[in-house]
Design a protein around this ligand. Sequence first.
Ligand code: FES
Length: 99
Amino acid sequence: MNITFLLKDGTKKSVSFEEGQTVLQVAEKNGIKLNSNCEGFGVCGGCHVKIENLSDKLPEISEKEDDTLDRVSGVSMDSRLACQVVLNSSLDGLIVKLI
Ligand code: FES
């Protein structure tokens, strides 16, 4: 299963993931830097990303994630916290844009 990151410099990086990993874990494992200041606890907002496709397959936003996104600038309908999106097989081919 693969996920593609759209990096800040305009390039793309496609990497594999395993079920149960978060988007943040996959990024970090592959040397893609996000500002994960709270180390994946969903409270800092530094891992804010935009999901470019498969939005109907994403896990629901929790109250904690929603509260954190409320404090982040530049949030839109496709915003998520990379540390809170747990991947599964239905998300194969996911495209995630770094902010
Ligand atoms: S790492 Fe802090 S909110 Fe995701």
